[in-house]
Design a protein around this ligand. Structure first.
Ligand SMILES: O=C(O)CC1=CCC(=O)O1
Length: 96
């Protein structure tokens, strides 16, 4: 199952720099492990914003929720999820 996910990061300005840097480091490690597993298919920065657009390929909505809600930055992100299905006019025979 494919999901388009937008994550907008909102770290509180009062958060100490070292704490923010550590959160981002752990977030990166987790995101890269999930990308290596194939579950987190794409990760793109939205130009000019502290936001990303991602494509997840998971077995269930519950799996997606667990994946997203255990991200270290989860408490500081606004997240929008869009389930995707094949478009009848798509000429691609895969979902890559
Ligand atoms: O910087 C972001 O967009 C938040 C984020 C999600 C995965 C990651 O490594 O950073």
């Amino acid at each position: 199952m494919l999901f388009h996910v937008r994550m907008d990061v909102n770290l509180p300005p009062s958060m100490p720099e070292a704490e923010a840097a550590e959160l981002k480091r752990v977030e990166r490690d987790k995101a890269q492990a999930l990308q290596a597993s194939g579950k987190w298919r794409h990760l793109w920065r939205i130009a000019g914003q502290y936001s990303n657009i991602s494509l997840f390929d998971v077995d269930s909505v519950d799996e997606l929720h667990t994946m997203i809600s255990t991200l270290p930055l989860f408490p500081y992100m606004t997240i929008q999820v869009m389930p995707l299905c094949r478009h009848p006019s798509s000429i691609r025979d895969d979902d890559k």
